[in-house]
Design a binder for this molecule. Structure first.
Ligand SMILES: C[S@@+](CC[C@H](N)C(=O)[O-])C[C@H]1O[C@@H](n2cnc3c(N)ncnc32)[C@H](O)[C@@H]1O
Length: 443
């Protein structure tokens, strides 16, 4: 069942009720004793009725069927009119409805049983939670969520920081759900359009593009929200290929995806290659998050009847593992040498650390050694004396770094105390390299 369109007054009345019931992330997490709504799926309450917050949680998050008498009559009528609940004696929700930061979002129930293009992916999944943390909330003019699903990122952009927000998805049901949420939140600056990737954009360009596409490697397309083709990169590749046409100078793409790793084929260079002739117009930060060995992935995700064909594909392509990546791609405002920064996420990593990698270096910046950097010196014995032959600088967080450097570098870095400028310190190439590696930061 697809929720029905209602009048602005009906949407406003429901919003008021949800607000008055304190149906917020904080209150729900407190009530359920969890740290984030991404953990909700594993809980079920049961027990007697408490207050409105309680039955809202049970109905719209835990997917319980509740006695009709638990819901105030006028709210029940409103929920029925908007197509959000069904049933006579027992009332069940037709969708999940929950807060994401300051907006309400609807998506399909976990056990919707819908295949193909039918299922609207939950915006409180651990994956979407990670995706939403990837996108900064700084002001921007035109902001697009591509492969929008339930549209949480686009709704938040419209409500919190974008002048105009857009949500594109190829699934009609996803667009209907996002449009419903748009109206439920009383948002006027979000345009929801159906189409294949950028097709609805026409000549429009964007200052920020946010993408959490389907990226699960799959031999057969059975779930639109999940299947990313044989190597998982089918949609990711096309999203990056579209940037020369759709990303405004100075604009950025924020992408969460999973990519395949082959021996001798560097992932950042492969992603850069997707920009083709325009690649020199873009800077890029690729942050590797967790990874899964190809064999483990197959074992965990593959239907038994597909295993032989899968194994053959993975062996033929020599895929070693699948890697979760955060990618930021920025288009230059004016001509500049293209920059590619590659990092391994470590303790305490967040997207702000990745964004800092894109700051241009000029002579007036004051670099300082990142907290936690350690230096190990490897020496060998020669004529009864220890001769240092290798210096390794390392760091556990926010990026994991193991960097061999020339023997003068540790001493030089000790001079980078945040007081002296790049011009005063000299060695700009070394500073650039250490900034890119995360060993230095800008004071
Ligand atoms: C993993 S879901 C992500 C949804 C949402 N962005 C999120 O983070 O929760 C991927 C979405 O991509 C959409 N999609 C798949 N193929 C597409 C295409 N060719 N063009 C546009 N959207 C597509 C699916 O319908 C689905 O809603």
């Amino acid at each position: 069942m697809t929720p029905q369109s209602g009048t602005p007054e009906q949407f406003a009345a429901l919003r008021r009720f949800l607000d008055a019931s304190d149906y917020t992330e904080t209150a729900i997490c407190e009530r359920l004793g969890i740290s984030s709504l991404a953990k909700v799926a594993h809980l079920a309450t049961g027990g007697p009725q408490a207050d409105a917050l309680d039955w809202l949680i049970r109905l719209f998050l835990l997917e319980e069927t509740l006695p009709q008498t638990w819901l105030p009559a006028e709210i029940l009528t409103l929920l029925r009119t908007l197509g959000l609940v069904t049933g006579d004696g027992g009332i069940a929700a037709t969708v999940k409805l929950y807060p994401v930061r300051s907006v309400f979002v609807i998506s399909d129930r976990d056990l919707s049983g819908r295949g193909g293009s039918g299922h609207v992916f939950s915006a409180i999944s651990p994956q979407t939670e990670e995706f939403l943390q990837l996108v900064p909330e700084s002001p921007t003019a035109a902001c697009l969520e591509i492969c929008a699903g339930a549209g949480a990122a686009a709704l938040l952009a419209a409500a919190r920081y974008a002048v105009q927000s857009f949500a594109f998805d190829v699934s009609e049901r996803c667009c209907a759900f996002t449009e419903f949420s748009r109206r439920l939140n009383g948002i006027g600056n979000l345009t929801v359009q159906r189409g294949d990737l950028y097709a609805p954009a026409g000549n429009q360009t964007f200052d920020r593009i946010m993408a959490h596409p389907p990226y699960v490697p799959s031999l057969r397309d059975t779930q639109l929200f999940r299947d990313g083709g044989e190597d998982g990169e089918r949609l990711t590749r096309r999203i990056v290929e579209g940037l020369p046409n759709y990303l405004h100078p100075g604009g950025r793409l924020y992408l969460l995806a999973m990519v395949a790793e082959y021996p001798g084929d560097a992932i950042p260079e492969r992603i850069r290659g997707w920009l083709r002739d325009a690649e020199s117009e873009f800077d890029m930060v690729v942050v590797f998050r967790r990874s899964t060995e190809a064999g483990t992935f197959l074992f965990d995700n593959c239907a038994p009847e597909d295993l032989p064909a899968w194994r053959q594909f993975v062996d033929q392509r020599r895929i070693r593992r699948f890697r979760y990546v955060n990618v930021i791609i920025q288009r230059h405002r004016q001509a500049a040498p293209p920059l590619t920064v590659v990092r391994e996420a470590g303790e305490g990593y967040n997207i702000a650390h990745a964004e800092r990698c894109l700051r241009p270096i000029d002579g007036e910046l004051r670099p300082k050694v990142a907290p936690g950097v350690q230096c190990a010196t490897h020496s060998h014995l020669e004529n009864a004396a220890w001769i240092a032959h290798r210096h390794v600088l390392s760091l556990n967080g926010p990026f994991r770094v193991q960097h061999s450097v020339a023997d003068w570098v540790p001493e030089f870095l000790a001079q980078c105390d945040g007081a002296r400028t790049v011009s005063e310190l000299g060695h700009p190439d070394c500073i650039r390299e250490c900034l890119a590696a995360g060993l230095l930061e800008i004071a």
